[in-house]
Ligand binder design. Structure first.
Ligand code: SF4
Length: 446
């Protein structure tokens, strides 16, 4: 029998989500005695330049709605688990929980919050001795609910349910997925084999174009997609933002192993017609034709310097550093050609000839370019990832008159870009204080 995929318009809490789950028989196999693990997308937390939450994080509103639905179904053992990127030591999953109102959910509903970065791991051999370490709570639960956001991604085109599972990995395994030989989409597509989500719910209250932490563009979309079929939910989610199955490599890797179809025609769509909710969103950032920097370099006339486009080996640790170097490079441009400097990141870029200095950002790229005869003078910036101050210092020592304040100004502007704009309601990222919610917890029979 074809798996159902439900699509509903979000109009009210918790009824819209409740309806969506019912339409796809999402709780058909759920027992009140089950331990439930919910994996939202709380990708990273930045306390200095807060990430505008729209389309980046699972909304706290829908998370609360889901908890209410689970309580209504008689479940009492509910765990929320995430392993957010840690930009610095004390800022990670716990600060994301704090900032997005999850502590309130903990108090109000008795849910348990787990930081996968601190969890014990279970090891899985996913391909000829290559292993992934997955947080044990994600593997050992009875009923895993995957709760991603409707968003694009600069390396994998879409980041929906299958990609969201990457947050269940321990840090070394996250980095392993970005290894040039693993192949990012091939490796992370295996996580669902081991975690086996029983239900995927895609939060499409907002959708994110050119998705990234601070830099994407969010649109209000007001839809929820759910299915007990992990691939089915992702196929519908991808379609809603303009991507067919053949656009997404990880859909095919998963489907081939699991013997599943990548054609939506082989699933049963229920609820709203998907065609009424399709709005294509871009995933990619334009780069100059000679791969010397982001598209804006061409518009501004930046020459001399080269910042080749990031590739799939750039992992979340170095990603902010790569973005920072783009902004710093622009800050050094005063209308004249910049010094002949090439700046590399990730794990596999190789320095090209013709540059006087090569700045190597992070341990991986230093290693990849050891002995590269194209390098005249290397400026290695050690670290995994390197620190902002070391990067700034390295660019200055390469002869670039960069301004750290220009970078800070840009990040502040990204943090505040939706302020005062219609439709961008930060209330979605706080626990509700509605009397109904309080009643729901005080009266679990309801
Ligand atoms: S150096 Fe950078 S790219 Fe390499 S593993 Fe560390 S954070 Fe990732």
């Amino acid at each position: 029998m074809a798996s159902k995929i439900a699509l509903v318009k979000y109009t009210a809490s918790p009824d819209s989500l409740k309806n969506c789950i019912a339409l796809c028989d999402g709780f058909k196999t759920l027992k009140p005695s089950d331990s439930v693990l919910i994996k939202p997308n709380l990708v990273a937390w930045d306390d200095r330049f807060p990430i505008a939450p729209f389309g980046v994080y699972t909304t706290t509103r829908l998370m609360e709605d889901l908890i209410i639905c689970l309580k209504d179904a008689g479940c009492s053992k509910i765990v929320i688990g995430e392993g957010s990127v840690q930009f610095k030591k004390s800022v990670g999953t716990d600060t994301a929980y704090q900032g997005l109102g999850y502590r309130h959910l903990e108090k109000r509903y008795g849910v348990v919050l787990v930081d996968f970065n601190k969890s014990k791991a279970v090891e899985f051999d996913y391909h000829n001795g290559q292993v992934l370490h997955i947080a044990e709570e994600a593997v050992e639960t009875d009923f895993f609910i995957n709760f991603p956001v409707l968003k694009t991604h600069g390396q994998t085109k879409v980041s929906l349910g299958l990609k969201n599972l990457k947050g269940c990995l321990k840090l070394a395994s996250k980095r392993h997925c970005h290894h040039p030989e693993s192949g990012l989409e091939f490796s992370f597509s295996h996580i669902a084999d081991f975690v086996q989500p029983k239900l995927t719910i895609i939060d499409g209250i907002y959708a994110l174009e050119k998705g990234a932490l601070h830099f994407g563009n969010a649109y209000r979309k007001d839809i929820i997609i759910a299915s007990i079929d992990a691939l089915g939910a992702d196929l519908a989610g991808a379609q809603a933002i303009g991507y067919g199955p053949d656009d997404i490599a990880h859909f095919h890797y998963y489907a081939e192993r699991q013997g599943k179809s990548v054609s939506l025609a082989d699933y049963e769509m229920t609820g709203e017609p998907l065609a009424n909710h399709v709005k294509p969103l871009k995933w990619d950032w334009a780069w100059t034709r000679d791969n010397t920097g982001p598209g804006i370099f061409e518009k501004l006339g930046v020459t001399g310097l080269a910042l080749p486009k990031y590739d799939e080996t750039l992992c979340s640790g170095c990603s902010p550093i790569a973005n920072m170097s783009n902004i710093l490079a622009i800050s050094a441009f005063k209308g004249q050609p910049l010094p002949k400097v090439e700046i590399l990141n990730g794990k596999k870029m190789l320095a090209r000839p013709g540059y006087d200095k090569t700045v190597l950002l992070g341990n991986c790229i230093i290693k990849a370019n050891k002995g590269n005869p194209n390098i005249q003078e290397a400026i290695p910036v050690k670290g995994c990832p390197p620190s902002e101050s070391d990067v700034t210092e390295a660019l200055r020592s390469a002869g670039l008159n960069v301004s750290i304040n220009a970078y800070y100004g840009y990040m502040k502007q990204q943090s505040e870009k939706y302020n005062g704009k219609e439709g961008y309601d930060s209330g979605f990222y706080r626990a509700a204080d509605s009397i109904e919610s309080v009643l729901a917890i005080e009266n679990p029979e309801k």
